[in-house]
Design a protein around this ligand. Structure first.
Ligand code: PEP
Ligand code: MN
Length: 354
């Protein structure tokens, strides 16, 4: 799958001169090389497989030369030597790295009272991040489209009132710059998973991005979308499974929990599960939340509304506050049973699907 490429990891103290020499050696032989600042590393990605006679390893500044054929080298588990990564949201709060992070809030920010009431309630129940859509990607153009910038301002107010960091969907490249200073995590909705200009633009921002899986995407397509953001230099990427289109019509989507352990065998990126969109049915949200955590998810994003029957979007799948509170109690009983004994870190292997 994919083309062979070589990833060259430079030494921390390598100089511009070292890089220039490396590029010169490669380009002289017709290889296309690209510089990628990634995490604490300085990488050079080379398309193709330079042969040994180039002696890349002996060029000053070169630390490691790895040949790979994965189409998502930066997202791959190999790139971190098998270590799952954690994404810092704000100082003291990470997603991944053994934490189970619960995000909750309404599908859409509807008005001041609703978001403030909801934010306070989900915080009281134990959520650590507040969700709320201001720009809503609705199937029907007559449906509530979200409050737009006013919705973001209300989320900011809710963060002030509760201290909860906020996650909200960004639907267009133009909106990124405007939303950036206000939100703590930018969500890419399922419908935009392959909006490549948007992915490229998010590669340039200094904010965590949660990339939802398209209902029609394979795991490889999803990870290649994540690769776009990583390749731009933004290493704070979180994946989110939210259900795919299957044969079942009684549920809104088919929550694909297979992919949680599968992605973890392929990629170091944290995986969040969205059981609200994954099921579309309130009664299924709690059992699938527990199943998602048991499958190895790093956390959940759950729709909660103070009065789900009055919600302007996704009321059918939104939990009431008492339902969410009771789910959080079950989660806190489940988490200790899921703790992975120390030292049993995953090996860097990939699963072969026949
Ligand atoms: C949402 O989170 O409200 C949403 C629209 O999700 P998705 O992009 O997964 O449909
Ligand atoms: Mn929704």
């Amino acid at each position: 799958m994919g083309n062979e490429r070589v990833i060259i990891r430079m030494q921390k103290n390598s100089s511009n001169n070292d890089l220039a020499k490396l590029f010169h050696t490669l380009e002289k032989k017709g290889f296309m090389a690209r510089y990628v600042p990634y995490r604490d590393d300085c990488l050079v990605m080379v398309e193709g497989r330079p042969d040994r006679s180039l002696a890349l390893q002996s060029i000053p500044g070169v630390r490691e030369v790895v040949t790979t054929s994965t189409p998502f080298p930066l997202a791959s588990l190999e790139s971190t030597n098998g270590k799952a990564s954690a994404v810092e949201i704000i100082p003291g709060l990470k997603i991944g790295g053994g934490e189970k992070t619960i995000m909750a809030g309404p599908c859409a920010v509807e008005n001041r009272d609703q978001i403030l009431e909801c934010a306070k309630a989900v915080k009281k129940a134990g959520a650590v991040i507040l969700r709320g859509g201001a720009f809503k990607p609705r199937t029907n153009p007559y449906s509530f489209q979200g409050l737009g910038s006013e919705g973001i301002a209300l989320l900011v107010e809710a963060r002030k009132a509760t201290g909860l960091p906020i996650i909200s969907e960004v639907m267009s490249t133009e909106a990124i710059e405007w939303m950036l200073p206000h939100v703590d995590i930018l969500q890419i909705g399922a419908r935009n998973m392959q909006n490549f200009p948007l992915l490229k633009a998010l590669g340039k921002v200094d904010k965590p991005v949660m990339l939802k899986r398209s209902p029609m995407a394979t795991v490889d397509e999803w990870l290649q979308s994540a690769e776009y953001i990583l390749l731009g230099g933004n290493n704070r990427v979180i994946l989110c499974e939210r259900g795919i289109r299957g044969v079942e019509t009684r549920t809104r989507n088919t929550l694909d929990l297979n992919i949680v352990p599968l992605v973890k065998s392929l990629s170091h990126l944290p995986v969040i599960v969205d059981p609200s969109h994954g099921t579309g049915i309130r009664e299924l949200v709690a059992p699938m939340s527990l199943a998602a955590l048991a499958s190895g998810a790093d956390g959940l994003i759950i729709e909660v509304h103070p009065r789900p029957e009055e919600a302007l979007s996704d009321g059918m799948q939104s939990l009431s506050v008492p339902e969410f509170t009771s789910l959080m109690q079950s989660i806190s009983r489940l988490i200790p049973a899921l703790a992975v004994p120390e030292g049993s870190e995953k090996k860097c292997t990939s699963v072969t699907v026949m």
